[in-house]
Ligand binder design. Structure first.
Ligand SMILES: *[C@@H]1O[C@H](CO)[C@@H](O)[C@H](O)[C@H]1NC(C)=O
Ligand SMILES: *[C@@H]1O[C@H](CO)[C@@H](O)[C@H](O)[C@H]1NC(C)=O
Ligand SMILES: *[C@@H]1O[C@H](CO)[C@@H](O)[C@H](O)[C@H]1NC(C)=O
Ligand SMILES: *[C@@H]1O[C@H](CO)[C@@H](O)[C@H](O)[C@H]1NC(C)=O
Length: 460
């Protein structure tokens, strides 16, 4: 009996390991990565390397993980001594302790720091530096009172990192195939386990982005009509699960920029074509325009056109016609561009549960298209909406933790650095705002984002 169990275990491990290797190697093989892209990928991976926990799961005891309740911070004396003035920098030293009250000796906790002023409904985000010895510094321009929150302990990050490498298929996707009177549904993903069921290869020929579905028995690969997310499947060991129990939705104060009322919006957008591409976080901008009017989608009188299109797989919307699944790079290649064209994109949220290489390669392919666009039409305005903090629950963390978004945010900024593109810093806007974190930030934050977008468009 014992033998049987251990043999099965070994079999499972071998099977599983070969799937992971297949998954990663298929990602690595399919993409026609140039040497320069591969080198950039290596540098990007180095730049987001996260400190390893000295006791990775399962070799830790929960009471040795970081505990916000025991942890302390002190405000370091400024250059002018104890007295401080608005506009000074404020440096705070944070020391993390575990649940037994012992100081942590290693780094890697995910800390977010902000100063806020409820009366002014305003806030500012701090820069956190990990000293890798259990202490962290947070530096802010001194405006208001502040707070530091622990998003994840370093031990939890180790689990999140492992999940993306070993379970890149924990988000489930399905496609509906249909022809005549026959319908069938099969599983799809960036890569699929090899079974005796044949697979359909939907890898995009232009960008090289991989996508596969199991082939339905009685239908052809061309009969695929719908794409949807079909659940989330991850199992953690008991102790690992506890690492995420304290995760909760936090509410951290707002950035004021030029304010645009609806007539100012119309005036600003007169004669413009605005293309929004990506996930639902940029679809919110489309909806904002739609509700703010007076023009919308297409305002003939003012000659305004605003469009929205979702990005391609691994998009995890609930029911998307496959004809709508387009890669942003290909869409950008279809634009003439010019001084009245605005291209906005937001691509991040759906990539969280996958190895970050998938995200890096998607950004590299979009960047190539942006460079081609700016080359043929240098006056085109390109705006990138960055990732934001979301409301976390223990189960959401396992696929969509803010730690994943934090890593994506760093990669996104690095990939587009030096190009003539503008950013809307959704990360800082959601960190600094007093409204609760939400994958879909509430309307006052969306208004702040739109005001920034319009400032870019109308002061170009
Ligand atoms: C802390 O963990 C150690 C090792 O697992 C265990 O022996 C001890 O009982 C734990 N203490 C508490 C207070 O849970
Ligand atoms: C950790 O490192 C920082 C920066 O080098 C230092 O200021 C601090 O005193 C160190 N903390 C401990 C407990 O050694
Ligand atoms: C899928 O199609 C792409 C593009 O034709 C090809 O490069 C790749 O090798 C195919 N992958 C598999 C696993 O068949
Ligand atoms: C909208 O803002 C403009 C200035 O940007 C102002 O002149 C105008 O009166 C405002 N309109 C409304 C309806 O508030």
């Amino acid at each position: 009996m014992f033998l049987l169990v251990s043999t099965l275990k070994v079999f499972f491990n071998v099977f599983y390991t070969s799937f992971i290797l297949h998954a990663l190697s298929s990602l690595l093989l399919i993409f026609p990565l140039s040497l320069a892209d591969a080198e950039e990928e290596r540098l990007l991976l180095d730049s987001i390397a996260w400190p390893e926990s000295p006791r990775p799961p399962p070799f830790f005891s929960l009471n040795q993980t970081s505990d916000p309740a025991h942890s302390t911070f002190i405000i370091l004396p400024g250059r002018g001594g104890v007295e401080r003035h608005i506009g000074d920098q404020l440096e705070v030293m944070i020391q993390m302790y575990d649940f037994q009250g012992n100081p942590k000796k290693s780094g890697g906790d995910v800390l977010l720091a902000r100063l806020h002023n409820r009366a002014l409904e305003a806030g500012v985000a701090g820069q956190v530096v990990d000293h890798l010895n259990g202490s962290y510094s947070a530096v802010f321009p001194l405006l208001w009172e502040g707070s530091v929150m622990l998003v994840h302990s370093s031990e939890a990050v180790t689990v999140l990192h492992r999940l993306n490498r070993e379970h890149p298929d924990r988000v489930l996707f399905k496609s509906l195939f249909h022809s005549g009177s026959i319908s069938d549904t099969t599983f799809c993903n960036v890569c699929l386990r090899q079974t005796n069921q044949p697979q359909c290869n939907y890898t995009d020929l232009r960008t090289g982005e991989p996508w596969f579905c199991y082939k339905p028995k009685k239908l052809s690969c061309d009969d695929r009509i719908k794409h949807r997310r079909a659940g989330f499947n991850v199992r953690l060991k008991d102790k690992e699960e506890k690492l995420f129990q304290s995760v909760k939705n936090e509410s951290p104060g707002g950035t004021k920029v030029n304010q645009f009322n609806s007539s100012a919006i119309s005036q600003c957008l007169k004669g413009k074509v605005v293309h929004l591409y990506g996930d639902s976080t940029v679809r919110q901008w489309f909806e904002y325009f739609d509700q703010t009017g007076p023009y919308m989608i297409w305002d003939n009188a003012k000659n305004i056109l605003v469009t929205y299109r979702c990005h391609g797989p691994p998009l995890s919307f609930f029911n998307t016609p496959t004809s709508e699944l387009r890669y942003i790079a290909n869409e950008i290649d279809g634009l003439v561009g010019g001084t009245n064209t605005v291209v906005v994109f937001s691509v991040w949220a759906h990539f969280s549960p996958f190895p970050i290489e998938l995200y890096i390669r998607r950004l590299q392919s979009i960047r190539r298209a942006v460079i081609r666009l700016l080359n043929r039409a240098p006056d085109t305005l390109v705006v990138i909406r960055t990732p934001n903090l979301r409301g976390l629950t223990p189960s959401v963390s396992l696929g969509y933790s803010d730690w994943y978004a934090l890593q994506q945010d760093k990669v996104l900024r690095a990939v587009f650095k030096g190009l003539n593109v503008r950013l809307v810093d959704a990360w800082e806007m959601t960190l600094a705002h007093h409204l609760p974190h939400n994958i879909h930030p509430r309307r006052p934050i969306i208004k702040n984002m739109i005001d920034i977008l319009l400032s870019y468009i109308c002061t170009k």
